[in-house]
Design a protein around this ligand. Structure first.
Ligand SMILES: Cc1ncc(COP(=O)(O)O)c(C=O)c1O
Length: 488
């Protein structure tokens, strides 16, 4: 059969690709049917006024991808089932293949999917909580490490990693935890996970059989509350104050699992003092309970030395430590970890295998090298300076603009809370007013937090400051001030 192809000699698409595309289309259209022969390459090349090599390269690709097959010296013949039919199980519009689109979820998403393709529509000045600065990502070093890894150790691209995580990364994490958080673990106690959220799921599933009731800070992190509220077990929300979780209000019944954020209570930001941490450990012993310590943003402490983690005080008996690189490096990596007592590591590893059979190799290997080669420590030191300056700026501007504003939880982490004075509109109302001005500030109920008390006072605004410059912070608070002063 004669093939009618039209080549564009001025196009950036190579001629061989144009031949390939057009012959493929003709096959898929059904003009060239199964069993029909392609014209000999020399003939087609002459007709198209291109080199024979161009046609041969296109034919080789058609053969390699399964559109045609050589029959000895007789030439190339169209295959009965084009490979596209094997790939595309169903053609059709999105609505036909996906079914009806449900109404918007009433539950806020954990993350604010603001990245390209994430569907988020960010305000110009966005104080979204706990977002590491995109400009602070160590791109040149990361790129160098990734290219180096891809240049030599690529076996894991086609093979499986240990479901517990790449040994080099587990070692790097355990070394970091021993040095920075006084948590004495070794690599055979670490399970690498898809962010902190999967680590929370993993620990919860591991301990569920032992658990009679769940205890959780109130207010608390939405992600933890989602797991606990769906567990089918009794929940005791435990109030928090300026020193974190009220240990005196914990239940005395045996067999609890407690979720707690002692370094920087989420969302209120309080830091739990040593006496309360010790009381918590005593409670766990006395009630035969376990604790999940979520240490999500403890790499950023600005006003003093790091505090020993609860897991460091406990010595690996009752506290399961959960960490994440979402704040310190970037949430897009989706890398976190849980530490478990050695006795439970095999079970935790099996569980992780059951859940997802391990993590992607490249990100793990790059992160391990990033930590081992000292880049992580340098990166943290640099970011601490940047974030501290932003924190100082936000606190100073809030206090100066709103007459001694009460600011909570600013000693560490990536967010703080402004407790609104009496007479101010509710936080949710300020949130929507600010949004109309291009400013994202968040009431607790929208800021990845959850309150078990539906009547709770709506007087806290959460400010994540890590991804805004000082100039942006000043401009945004200025606008907020004018907005709140405007009549009616
Ligand atoms: C309190 C708290 N815990 C854990 C996480 C874990 O996040 P990821 O799943 O991104 O590691 C977050 C993230 O915002 C958080 O705020």
């Amino acid at each position: 059969m004669d093939l009618t192809l039209t080549l564009d000699f001025g196009s950036v698409t190579p001629l061989q690709a144009q031949v390939f595309d057009q012959v493929r289309e003709i096959i898929l259209d059904g003009q060239l049917k199964a069993g029909m022969a392609l014209p000999p390459s020399r003939l087609l090349a002459e007709r198209l006024r291109v080199s024979r090599n161009t046609v041969m390269l296109a034919y080789e690709r058609l053969t390699a991808e399964g559109y045609v097959k050589a029959r000895g010296t007789a030439g190339l013949f169209v295959e009965p089932i084009p490979p596209d039919s094997l790939l595309l199980i169903q053609r059709g519009s999105r609505s036909l293949t996906n079914g009806p689109v449900p109404d918007a979820s009433s539950e806020p998403l954990l993350c604010f999917a603001g990245s390209p393709g994430g569907g988020g529509d960010r305000p110009e000045f966005d104080f979204w909580v706990g977002r590491s600065d995109p400009a602070g990502f160590p791109l040149p070093i990361w790129r160098r490490i990734v290219l180096r890894l891809l240049g030599k150790e690529t076996a894991y691209l086609t093979d499986y990693c240990d479901p517990a995580g790449l040994p080099a990364l587990r070692t790097a994490i355990s070394t970091h935890l021993r040095r920075a958080r006084a948590v004495a673990v070794t690599e055979d106690q670490v399970i690498v996970t898809t962010g902190g959220q999967e680590a929370l799921n993993l620990v919860f599933t591991l301990l569920k059989g032992h658990t009679r009731q769940l205890c959780i800070e109130n207010p608390c992190y939405l992600g933890a509350s989602l797991i606990f509220r769906n567990a089918g077990l009794a929940i005791h929300p435990v109030p928090v104050d300026g020193d974190g979780l009220r240990t005196d209000l914990l239940p005395t019944a045996k067999g609890s699992l407690l979720y707690v954020t002692p370094s920087h209570q989420f969302p209120t930001g309080s830091t739990m003092p040593l006496t309360r941490r010790l009381a918590l450990l005593r409670w766990a012993d006395e009630t035969d309970s376990y604790i999940v310590e979520d240490d999500y943003d403890s790499d950023f402490r600005y006003d003093g030395p790091p505090l020993t983690a609860l897991a460091g005080l406990d010595g690996g008996r009752r506290v399961f430590y959960v960490g994440t690189f979402s704040k310190s490096v970037g949430a897009g990596l989706r890398l976190g970890y849980a530490t478990v007592p050695r006795l439970l590591w095999d079970e935790a590893r099996m569980l992780k295998a059951r859940m997802s059979n391990g993590q992607a190799w490249l990100e793990q290997a790059a992160l391990a090298a990033f930590i081992d080669e000292g880049h992580f420590d340098r990166h943290l030191r640099r970011l601490r300076q940047v974030y501290k300056a932003r924190r100082d700026c936000l606190v100073a501007v809030l206090r100066a603009t709103f007459d001694g504003a009460v600011v909570l939880g600013s000693e560490s982490g990536l967010h703080l809370v402004w407790r609104l004075p009496p007479g101010f509109p509710p936080a949710r109302q300020i949130q929507s007013m600010a949004r109309a001005q291009g400013i994202g500030v968040y009431a607790l109920s929208s800021g990845a937090a959850y309150d078990f008390d539906p009547e709770a006072r709506d007087d806290m605004l959460v400010f994540g400051y890590s991804s805004l410059t000082e100039m942006q912070i000043e401009a945004a608070i200025g606008t907020l001030h004018r907005m709140l002063q405007a009549p009616g």
